[in-house]
Ligand binder design. Structure first.
Ligand SMILES: Nc1ncnc2c1ncn2[C@@H]1O[C@H](COP(=O)(O)OP(=O)(O)OP(=O)(O)O)[C@@H](O)[C@H]1O
Ligand SMILES: [Mg+2]
Length: 311
C-alpha cells in the first residue's frame, strides 16, 4: 500500500520579475510504499526540502497532485498522522527536553495528564532519558538531532519526514540515528529521509530517488542503482605471462591492479569462457567478484551526466 504518491508536481517560486522565477520542482512523480525507508537524494538546491514542505502543506504546488495515507495533501486534518524533523531546527535554549516535548505535545492536542510516560518513552527511543532535565543549550549536535527525532514522533505519526537528520553529527551519533530509524521501521513506520550523505542512505534505505534541479533523474532500490552490469573483478594467484588470455571479443579488460583484473563481459557465458581459459592455462583463480559502484560514485556520475545533457 502506498504511503505517499505525487503526480506531475511542479513548484515555481515566483519572483517580481519572471526571469528570476525559480523552478524548484519540475513535473515530479513518485511513490513511497508503507513501511519503507525512502531516501530522497540530490545536491544543494535540488528541491528536496521543497518536496517535503509541499507534502506537509507548508508551501503549495504550482501544478500537480499528491496524496498521503490515502488522502489528498490538501487535507489538513491528515497532517496529524505525520511527523517532521525540519533541517536546521532550533529550539529555545532555556528549555529542557521534557519541557520542549511537552510543549510540542500540547500544540498537537495532547493534554498534560496524558503525557506522563509518553515523554519518557520518547526519550528512551532516542537514548536521551538522562538528559530529560538538562537545558538544550548544553546539547551536542547529535543530541539536538535525537531530540528533534523525539519531537517528530510526539504525535505517534505513521509517516516521519526527516530533513537531513544526521547533518553535523559524528560517525557514532550517525550510527545511533540509523539504528533508531531501523527500529522505527520495524514498528511499521514509513520514513522519508532527505539527505546528501549518500553512504548513510545507502545503509538503511529500501528505495531512493535522485533529484537534480527539481527533476527526478533516477529511482530504484540501492541494489538496482549500484549494480554495474556484467563487470567483474577476477583475481589470479600469479600474473599470467601470456597476455593473449585477455584478448577476446566477448570481453574487455578495463583495469588491472597487481593480479586483480577488472573485465566487462557481454554476457555471463563470456565470463565462463574467461574462467575456462584461465583454468586451461593452469592459473589459480582466487576470486570472481561482481563490481559494484558505491551509491556516491553512481550519484556523482549521474549528476555529471545530467549536467552535460543540460549544457
Ligand atoms: N521560499 C523560497 N523562495 C524562493 N526560492 C526558494 C524558496 N525555498 C527554496 N527556494 C529555492 O528553490 C530551490 C530548491 O530549494 P530546496 O531548499 O528545496 O533545495 P534542497 O534540495 O532542500 O537543498 P539543500 O540540500 O541545500 O537543503 C533552490 O534554488 C532554492 O534557492
Ligand atoms: Mg534542504
Amino acid at each position: 500500500m502506498k504511503a505517499i504518491e505525487v503526480e506531475n508536481l511542479t513548484k515555481i517560486y515566483k519572483s517580481r520579475s519572471r526571469r528570476n522565477d525559480i523552478m524548484a520542482l519540475s513535473n515530479l512523480s513518485l511513490s513511497v510504499q508503507k513501511g519503507q525507508i525512502f531516501g530522497l537524494l540530490g545536491p544543494n538546491g535540488a528541491g528536496k526540502t521543497t518536496f517535503i514542505k509541499i507534502l506537509l502543506g507548508i508551501t503549495h504546488p504550482t501544478l500537480g497532485t499528491g496524496s498521503m495515507l490515502g488522502e489528498t495533501i490538501k487535507n489538513y486534518k491528515n497532517k496529524s498522522r505525520v511527523g517532521y524533523l525540519p533541517e536546521n531546527h532550533k529550539y529555545p535554549h532555556y528549555l529542557n527536553a521534557e519541557q520542549i516535548l511537552k510543549y510540542f505535545a500540547r500544540l498537537g492536542g495532547y493534554k498534560s495528564n496524558d503525557l506522563t510516560g509518553r515523554i519518557d518513552h520518547l526519550l528512551k527511543i532516542v537514548n536521551m532519558e538522562k538528559w530529560k532535565k538538562v537545558k538544550i543549550k548544553k546539547y551536542s549536535k547529535g543530541m539536538m538531532q535525537r531530540l528533534g527525532l523525539a519531537l517528530s514522533m510526539v504525535n505517534e505519526p505513521e509517516i516521519i519526514f526527516l530533513d537531513e537528520p544526521t547533518d553535523g553529527v559524528d560517525p557514532i551519533g550517525r550510527k545511533e540515528i540509523r539504528d533508531i530509524l531501523l527500529n522505527l521501521k520495524s514498528e511499521g513506520k514509513t520514513i522519508f529521509v532527505n539527505s546528501h550523505l549518500l553512504s548513510e542512505v545507502e545503509l538503511i534505505s529500501d528505495k531512493v530517488a535522485i533529484l537534480n534541479k527539481g527533476k527526478l533523474i533516477r529511482e530504484g532500490s540501492v541494489e538496482e542503482l549500484t549494480t554495474t552490469k556484467q563487470v567483474y573483478q577476477i583475481e589470479i594467484e600469479e600474473t599470467p605471462k601470456n597476455t593473449e588470455l585477455f584478448n577476446n571479443t566477448n570481453y574487455s579488460l578495463i583495469e588491472s591492479n597487481g593480479n586483480k583484473y577488472t573485465f566487462k563481459f557481454d554476457s555471463s557465458e563470456s565470463l565462463n569462457t574467461l574462467i575456462d581459459e584461465i583454468r586451461a592455462k593452469k592459473l589459480n583463480l582466487l576470486s570472481v567478484i561482481p563490481k559494484k559502484h558505491s551509491l556516491e560514485e553512481m550519484f556523482i556520475n549521474l549528476i555529471n551526466d545530467n549536467e552535460k545533457q543540460n549544457l
